[in-house]
Design a binder for this molecule. Structure first.
Ligand SMILES: [Zn+2]
Ligand SMILES: [Zn+2]
Length: 295
C-alpha cells in the first residue's frame, strides 16, 4: 500500500538566491500551507540555513538544510526526448539537490566546513562571471557600470540584472533582444558559469554526511531508464520525481523506474515567490519512498 503525504516540501528559494521572499517570509508561507518538513535549497549558497532553522523551530516545522548545486550535465540530451516533452533545447546544466538531514544548521561547524569551502567558489563565481560579462559589454561600446548591475541584485547576481541595466541605459528595447544579441548562451557578451561535475558534487556531499537528489529531470531530455541508471551508477541517492513542473504521468514513470533501480524519490515545489507560483507545498509523495533520513 502506498501511503501518500503532503507534509514534505524539499525544494524552494529565498532572497539568498533568486527567490522573492526573505527566509522569514518564506517560513511563514511554508507553515501556512501545512508543510511539516521543509528544506531550503538556494542556488549554490547555504547562507540561509541558520535563520531558516530558527524560523522553522518557532513554527514546529522540521527543517532540513539543503542547497541546489548547478552542475555540468552528466549525459548529452537526446533530441527525440526533448521533442516528446515539447522542448526545443535542453538546459546547459543539471541541478543537484543536496540535503543534510542530520546537520545542526550551523554553517561553520566542523562537519560541514569542507563542503562549505568547496561550494564557495561556485557562488562567488557568479560575481566574477558578472565582472567579465560587464567587461565584454563595455568592449562592445556600451557604458555599463559593474556596481550599478550589482545594486540590482539582493542575492545571487545573474544575467537578468545586467540585461535590465542595458535596457535602462538605452542599449536595447527588451530582455529578449539583450539575450538574442549579447547575453544568451553562445552570444558575444556571455561568459559560461564554472560548475562541478555531478560525480565531484556527489562525493563532496557524501563526505559531509549528506544525501542528494537530481532536481527536475524533465528539463534534461534523457529517457528515464537511461537517466536513472546513470545517476545511480555515480552514487546519486534519489530523483526529484515529484517536481511541480512534472505531469502526473511522468511522476509515476520516474517513481516506477526509481523503484526498479533502487533509487529513492523526493518532492519539491521549487517555490520562487508569489509572482511565479501562488503557493509552496501541496506536493503529494508516497512517503515510504523518500530517503530514510528524511522520512
Ligand atoms: Zn533548478
Ligand atoms: Zn530550484
Amino acid at each position: 500500500m502506498m501511503r501518500w503525504s503532503e507534509r514534505y516540501d524539499l525544494h524552494g528559494h529565498s532572497t539568498h538566491s533568486d527567490g522573492e521572499l526573505s527566509v522569514a517570509q518564506l517560513a511563514q508561507k511554508i507553515a501556512s500551507e501545512g508543510v511539516e518538513v521543509w528544506a531550503l535549497t538556494d542556488h549554490d549558497v547555504i547562507s540561509g540555513w541558520k535563520e531558516a532553522s530558527e524560523e522553522a523551530k518557532q513554527r514546529d516545522i522540521r527543517f532540513i538544510p539543503g542547497v541546489e548545486i548547478t552542475c555540468i550535465p552528466g549525459l548529452a540530451a537526446q533530441k527525440t526526448i526533448l521533442e516528446k516533452e515539447g522542448r526545443d533545447r535542453s538546459t546547459t546544466s543539471w541541478h543537484l539537490l543536496a540535503y543534510f538531514p542530520n546537520h545542526d544548521s550551523n554553517v561553520n561547524s566542523q562537519s560541514i566546513s569542507a563542503f562549505r569551502k568547496w561550494l564557495e567558489p561556485f557562488a562567488e563565481g557568479r560575481i566574477g562571471r558578472m565582472k567579465r560579462m560587464v567587461e565584454k559589454v563595455n568592449a562592445l561600446g556600451m557604458d555599463i557600470d559593474f556596481e550599478a548591475v550589482m545594486a540590482r541584485s539582493s542575492g545571487a547576481v545573474g544575467r537578468p540584472h545586467l540585461a535590465k541595466e542595458m535596457i535602462e541605459k538605452g542599449y536595447a528595447n527588451s530582455m529578449q533582444q539583450v539575450f538574442d544579441e549579447w547575453l544568451g548562451d553562445g552570444c558575444p557578451a556571455n561568459v559560461e558559469k564554472t560548475k562541478p561535475t555531478i560525480v565531484e558534487a556527489v562525493n563532496v556531499i557524501h563526505a559531509a554526511g549528506g544525501i542528494c537528489s537530481l532536481a527536475h529531470p524533465i528539463y534534461y531530455g534523457i529517457e528515464s531508464n537511461n537517466l536513472l541508471s546513470f545517476i545511480k551508477s555515480v552514487g546519486v541517492d534519489a530523483v526529484e520525481a515529484f517536481h511541480r513542473s512534472h505531469p502526473d504521468k511522468y511522476r509515476m514513470e520516474l517513481l516506477n523506474c526509481a523503484q526498479k533501480i533502487g533509487l529513492k524519490v523526493t518532492c519539491g515545489s521549487d517555490y520562487h515567490g508569489p509572482s511565479y507560483q501562488a503557493r509552496p507545498g501541496h506536493m503529494a509523495v508516497p512517503s515510504s519512498y523518500l530517503p530514510e533520513q528524511i522520512i
